[in-house]
Write a protein that binds this ligand. Structure first.
Ligand code: B4P
Length: 192
């Protein structure tokens, strides 16, 4: 199973990807987690990304593509993957399409977690208190939501127009949302 999870900040991508990983037995590739690991390691890339992320902006497409190519060169992704946090703009969608073609791993589903903005803000505020992530400050969250609307929402429309989008209602308990995703991506049984 090769799954791409799309959704606004706070829509539950990371949360559900962690569960889907166990269910599908494929690795969870989160570009946010990869970047946070670089920041924690204080690598040159991490030092470059740190301030950009703290402001709630997108790290450069070139850095992200390099990171993704590196991650997909590892053998554990050959049996499938859950990609979370990428693509976040149309240029990244295009780059990802080429990359997956090149490695012979076309995406099976783009799953969009649909959550109203008020609830996104509420969830992120909850995480801000619990985890203290720099990009969960009110100002950074405003920036992230604006960038989502300007740059990432068109990616959702792009997959919709290409008939590749599965929309999942992202409001409800973690279990409810998980069940909806699993039902959406399950193969339809053959009749007869
Ligand atoms: P991400 O790590 O992708 O952060 P995110 O969009 O907030 O999603 P996340 O997965 O963390 O949150 P979730 O919705 O699961 O990106 C962080 C930053 O990295 C970006 O701003 C950018 O700077 C950089 N970056 C990453 N990818 C990039 C790319 N491709 N290009 C450029 N830059 C990139 O959960 C949020 C909260 O909601 C949690 O507290 C969770 O517990 C809660 N929650 C989830 N589901 C819930 C439910 N059903 N009910 C109640 N609460 C729920």
């Amino acid at each position: 199973m090769r799954l791409v999870l799309l959704g606004a900040p706070g829509s539950g991508k990371g949360t559900q990807a962690a569960r889907l990983k166990e269910h599908l037995q494929v690795p969870h590739v989160s570009t946010g987690d990869l970047l946070r690991a670089e920041v924690a390691a204080q690598s040159p890339l991490g030092l470059e990304a740190r301030e950009v992320m703290a402001r709630g902006e997108l790290v450069s497409d070139a850095i992200l593509l390099g990171m993704l190519e590196d991650r997909f060169s590892r053998p554990d992704t050959r049996g499938g993957f859950i990609l979370d946090g990428y693509p976040r703009n149309l240029a990244q969608a295009d780059a990802m399409g080429h990359l997956l073609d090149r490695i012979g791993q076309p995406m099976d589903h783009a799953v969009f977690l649909d959550v109203p903005t008020e609830l996104l803000v509420e969830r992120i505020a909850g995480r801000a208190q619990a985890e203290g992530r720099a990009d969960d400050s009110p100002e950074a969250v405003r920036t992230r939501l604006k960038i989502y609307n300007d740059s990432t929402a068109p990616v959702v429309d792009y997959y919709r127009q290409h008939g590749q989008l599965k929309v999942v209602h992202g409001v409800g308990s973690l279990d409810d949302v998980f069940t909806r995703i699993v039902e959406t991506i399950a193969p339809v049984p053959e009749v007869g």
